[in-house]
Design a protein around this ligand. Structure first.
Ligand SMILES: CCCCCCCCCC(=O)SCCNC(=O)CCNC(=O)[C@H](O)C(C)(C)COP(=O)(O)OP(=O)(O)OC[C@H]1O[C@@H](n2cnc3c(N)ncnc32)[C@H](O)[C@@H]1OP(=O)(O)O
Length: 219
């Protein structure tokens, strides 16, 4: 499948590139937050836009022709830097670090004002986004990966903006389908529950490419 690119980079160089990716995405994330919450007037907005346009021009000097894709080293170390949830170089991504334990996976992330839906609460679509990645990565880590076929979310109560915790585990595997369940909670109280059915697509049946099997160093 296109978009999966083997690109062996030695650890020192990779650490350096990761630092650069995180730094620029962090700056833009800060800019997004500042933009959502700014109260400055027309003159400051005009000046800010001029500086942002100048920064954009610098970044445009050398661009990929399309999306980042998923890049991996021969040892399986994976980079999903454009990913909307995990992406180290994607300012839209919170970004999330998913931790994998033997039986379950989890994440903790602070969702700020740029993820607002109802006043002061996280947008339901953002929670679905987080669930999709958390449950999908959980299936992948357990060696039963798939594309999201169906994702259901039950919103039990509003999720306040701020720190959230997500947890997920594989419930069962039926042929090419992996059923994963998860929760999002705030201060120990579950605010949303989800079930995902992850299906190993026809094109990946047979041998699952190693790059898709394990979430090693993703994001
Ligand atoms: C290997 C890749 C790892 C990547 C992990 C990244 C995690 C991130 C999660 C995502 O965001 S993925 C992006 C959002 N999802 C998609 O874009 C998926 C788009 N849909 C498809 O590609 C296909 O419809 C899909 C792979 C889900 C199923 O197509 P197939 O042609 O492989 O399914 P097939 O017809 O062979 O059916 C296999 C089984 O799945 C069932 N099935 C098919 N589509 C389903 C569906 N949508 N929901 C639930 N079950 C479904 C189907 O009934 C059948 O059940 P049984 O085995 O019991 O007979």
């Amino acid at each position: 499948m296109s978009g999966y690119i083997q690109e062996d980079i030695d650890p020192e160089e990779l650490a350096h590139r990761t630092e650069l990716a995180s730094a620029i995405a962090g700056s833009v994330r800060d800019l997004i937050d500042a933009t959502v919450r700014t109260e400055v007037g027309e003159t400051d907005i005009a000046e800010a836009r001029r500086l942002i346009a100048a920064a954009t021009e610098i970044l445009r000097k050398d661009q990929l022709p399309g999306p980042f894709g998923i890049r991996f080293n021969a040892d399986g170390t994976k980079r999903s830097w454009g990913n909307a949830v995990l992406g180290r170089r994607n300012p839209i991504a919170p970004p999330v670090d998913i931790r994998h334990e033997t039986e379950h996976s989890w994440l903790e992330v602070d969702l700020g004002p740029q993820y607002e839906g109802p006043a002061g609460l996280v947008h339901g679509g953002v929670l679905a986004l987080v669930f999709d990645q958390l449950l999908g990565s959980t299936a992948e880590f357990q060696g039963v990966p798939g594309m999201t076929g169906t994702l259901t979310v039950r919103y039990r109560r509003g999720t306040p903006l701020g720190p959230i915790r997500g947890e997920a585990r594989v419930d069962r595997v039926e042929g090419v389908k992996t059923f994963v369940t998860g929760t999002i909670s705030v201060d120990g109280e579950v605010t949303a529950e989800s079930e995902g059915i992850f299906i190993l697509p026809r094109w990946a049946r047979g041998e699952v490419p190693e790059a898709m099997r394990k979430s090693v160093g993703e994001g």
